[in-house]
Design a protein around this ligand. Structure first.
Ligand code: SF4
Ligand code: SF4
Length: 447
């Protein structure tokens, strides 16, 4: 697995195939993971843990379609291992039955590799003794099966105990990746990101730092696609996934949302919405898209549909480490937008007008140009060019075709087709009334 750190390419542990990693060289499996010495993985456990979370990431992940969670759970992707999901809401088991595999993983007794997924930020409850309580818990009875108690197990204890043996640690959503809303100004729980909690030196059993898939809520496909990409790589079936310097899948989070926004053309032409519901670029009413790394407009919110600007919403920077404080107050023009928007209004406004000329020309055939009319019953005025149009178009064409060939000009030598306007030539009276199905229909004049 490789990741770029501040421009420098670093190669982590090379994994020819998972069998080699988990079983062939290390009898008990790397980090007590077990695994098969005979070849690729058959099964991978995923432990889903919720910290300071609203469960929105779970909902987003279950809405993923390409691949879907069901594809991963049922092993429907050829040659990928089957995923066994342990999820506090989705798993059918409860109580001790649900918690047992977590304990087995902590104790190195699971007998199969596991990945930990955290949704929600990590509260600072390790700062005080267990008897003082917790901010977020999962299961009860302590971590030593021999000395069970009825006290809830703090999520933060699960997180640090599962860390050394995990094949990978994935933070899903902006709370887990950067701290998010629980870590906003006034952070009374001391909430932080998973990377802050585990520290920059953390490496999983496969040598991978925390993988971060941000978004509030994230695009579900971003999560399932990353899981699939990592699993394909482990099976030696796909190239090494690339992550950026913050552990984001580079192929999903390198571009700004603005570059792929359906309203980007309006921005470029300097046309801006004044209120929500307007069709134009939303930068003047609070869109941060030009400086936010997010792929929601090309990937869609769910099933390749929707996504903020596609649905008319301005970007509030929810995938970014500075969210929410650096993007607040929401729905107010971002700083700097007056300068960039102003420049765009001046340059874009000029370019837009020139494009209208080109569009007008492109909406006519060579025959219509030569006949100086458009034979459309929809708008007869179309064919007539005003004197200003002619002057503009003359100078614009000079500019447009400077150094290249104006192929359309050759049409001027083309004679007009003789059978143009054939009904008029044949003397067909279109103004007489006609009977349709025995009823008299009004003539055009009567209409
Ligand atoms: S709506 Fe936002 S992302 Fe889209 S073009 Fe305008 S500024 Fe860019
Ligand atoms: S477009 Fe902005 S607000 Fe919407 S998901 Fe992406 S980062 Fe979040």
């Amino acid at each position: 697995m490789a990741y770029a750190r501040y421009g420098e390419e670093m190669r982590l542990q090379t994994v020819p195939n998972a069998g080699g990693v988990f079983g062939a060289d290390v009898k008990s499996g790397l980090g007590g993971l077990g695994g098969s010495p005979d070849g690729p993985l058959n099964v991978v456990h995923v432990f889903w843990i919720a910290g300071m979370s609203c469960d929105g990431c779970s909902i987003a992940a279950t809405g993923a379609t390409n691949p879907s969670v069901e594809d991963l759970l049922l092993g429907r992707i050829p040659n990928l291992p089957k995923v066994v999901l342990h999820h506090p809401v989705l798993s059918p088991g409860a109580g001790g039955e649900f918690i047992r595999p977590f304990r087995q993983a902590v104790n190195g007794e699971l007998g199969a590799p596991y990945v930990v997924v955290l949704e929600g930020s990590v509260p600072d409850d390790q700062a005080f003794p267990t008897e003082y309580g917790y901010f977020s818990a999962m299961g009860a009875g302590g971590f030593d099966p021999e000395s069970e108690t009825d006290q809830p197990n703090r999520v933060t204890d699960w997180l640090w105990k599962l860390a050394p043996g995990a094949a990978a640690y994935i933070a899903i959503g902006t709370c887990a990746t950067w701290g998010g809303i629980p870590a906003a100004a006034g952070n009374i729980t001391g909430s932080m990101s998973l990377t802050d909690f585990l520290g920059e030196d953390y490496r999983s059993a496969l040598g991978v730092p925390v993988v971060n898939i941000p978004g509030c809520s994230p695009v579900g496909d971003n999560f399932t696609e990353t899981v699939a990409a990592v699993l394909l790589f482990l099976q030696n079936l796909a190239p090494v996934p690339k992550f950026d310097e913050l552990g984001r899948p580079a192929w999903l989070f390198t571009e700004t949302v603005h570059r792929h926004c359906p309203k980007a053309g309006y921005y470029e032409e300097g046309v801006f919405a004044e209120e929500f519901g307007d069709n134009q670029c939303l930068v003047e009413i609070g869109c941060w898209g030009p400086v936010v790394q997010c792929n929601i407009v090309e990937r869609g919110a769910i099933n390749h549909m929707g996504g903020c600007m596609v649905a008319g919403g301005a970007c509030i920077g929810c995938t970014m480490p500075g969210f929410p404080d650096k993007y607040s107050p929401f729905y107010k023009a971002p700083p700097g937008s007056a300068i960039s928007g102003g420049i765009s209004k001046v340059t874009g406004g000029g370019i837009r007008r020139l494009r209208r000329l080109s569009m007008k020309t492109g909406n006519r055939t060579g025959i219509w140009d030569n006949a100086h009319e458009v034979p459309s019953g929809w708008a007869r005025a179309h064919g007539k060019k005003g004197p200003l149009d002619s002057v503009n178009s003359y100078f614009y064409k000079k500019l447009q075709y400077h150094g290249s060939v104006n192929h359309a000009a050759r049409n001027k030598k083309q004679p007009l087709p003789q059978s143009r306007d054939i009904l008029r030539q044949k003397g067909v009276d279109l103004n007489r009334s006609v009977d349709v199905l025995g009823e008299r229909v009004k003539s055009r004049k009567e209409l």
